[in-house]
Design a binder for this molecule. Structure first.
Ligand SMILES: [Zn+2]
Length: 351
């Protein structure tokens, strides 16, 4: 482990974090998170998986490499969840490489994902729920897939990328999908993929893992901005969208967005409310901001009801459970809501 990583882990003061980073699988008793002496149930909205059989069964679609190998669901996922104190994960497949595929191929990919997630959830009904993949490039098909996943497979919402072949999925062409999510009253989890739609070739090259560190929050920021300014959230006022990585940069600079429609003649805003207002009800964000001050600001901009715990497993990142548990600006009830209560309601997870 390099020195900076050690310092980060020590600063966070988190045993759970260290376990997560080192992967001490299986032996220890599961971590139990308590607040004020009471055990709380932790629910994780940001949990990745992949199904390698897609490459064999749908050879016409170039699937990315499965890395890390623990993206394939197996016993070690449960072991890591136990070490971190995570009770329930909402599983999804990301990178959305099938968004450029034909209708038939994309449907085949989505079917394998959704049936695979459903089967895993059925094996572990108290530990997992699923978010479906959709072929968002074919919005009518995406709506059908979402309906099938929710009504027939028992999945609890959808997972989408921030763009479809560089186009924001927020224009009226995509309304069939958004309308279905609203009709079914299920959330849509948005996860970025290195801002490939925004960053020009080479613009995020160099040290610092910038496609991930800058690109991911940038893609999420742009996606949420389109979702707001295109009026998508007004056309579907009961729609709920949960954005990864704390909603990207948007919650840290919302005042500028609020000013856009008032002060910019060229803004052509289709939104009916101030951008910051959507963060109070329709937009949720995960907790992956990694500092107490970042979390405090996020909660100040959104309210406790809109922040949910996310781990990004099986990728190795600092855990935010302890930052929530130790937050001096949150009541015990607030902490429980962020760590599990909000998601239990949103994803209809039984007590
Ligand atoms: Zn992720």
């Amino acid at each position: 482990m390099n020195q900076q990583r050690r310092a980060f882990l020590q600063a966070a003061g988190s045993a759970a974090l260290a376990f997560g980073a080192f992967g001490a699988h299986g032996q220890a008793a599961p971590k139990r998170v308590t607040i004020g002496g009471r055990r709380v149930s932790i629910v994780d909205v940001h949990a990745h998986c992949m199904f390698p059989e897609v490459a064999r069964r749908v050879p016409g679609v170039a699937m990315p490499r499965v890395a890390p190998p623990t993206l394939v669901l197996g016993p070690e996922r449960l072991a890591v969840m136990d070490e971190r104190g995570i009770d329930v994960q909402a599983l999804s497949v990301n990178t959305y490489w099938w968004y450029s595929a034909s209708r038939a191929d994309a449907n085949a990919v989505v079917t394998i994902h959704d049936e695979g997630i459903a089967a895993w959830c059925k094996q572990h009904p108290t530990r997992f729920v699923g978010l479906c993949s959709v072929a968002l490039q074919h919005p009518d098909l995406a709506a059908q897939q979402l309906e099938h996943a929710v009504k027939d497979l028992g999945l609890r919402g959808a997972s989408i990328g921030g763009h479809v072949d560089n186009e924001p999925p927020t224009g009226t062409k995509y309304d069939p999908f958004w309308a279905k999510a609203e009709e079914l009253d299920v959330p849509v989890f948005m996860h970025p993929n290195n801002a490939l739609n925004i960053a020009r070739e080479g613009s995020l090259a160099g040290p610092g893992s910038l496609p991930n560190i800058v690109g991911n929050p940038l893609e999420t920021t742009v996606f949420l901005s389109h979702l707001i300014f295109d009026g998508t959230l007004d056309r579907f006022p009961r729609l709920k969208v949960c954005a990864a990585h704390g909603g990207g940069y948007l919650p840290s600079y919302l005042g500028r967005s609020d000013a856009a429609c008032v002060f910019r003649d060229d803004a052509n805003c289709a939104n009916k409310r101030k951008p910051s207002e959507y963060f109070k009800d329709q937009i949720l964000v995960d907790s992956m901001v990694f500092s107490s001050e970042g979390l405090r600001h996020l909660v100040a901009e959104t309210g406790v009801s809109q922040v949910v715990y996310g781990s990004d497993l099986p990728y190795s990142w600092p855990d935010t459970i302890d930052i929530v548990v130790e937050a001096p600006f949150l009541s015990d009830a607030d902490k429980e809501a962020i760590l599990g209560g909000n998601l239990r309601r949103l994803l209809r997870i039984g007590a």
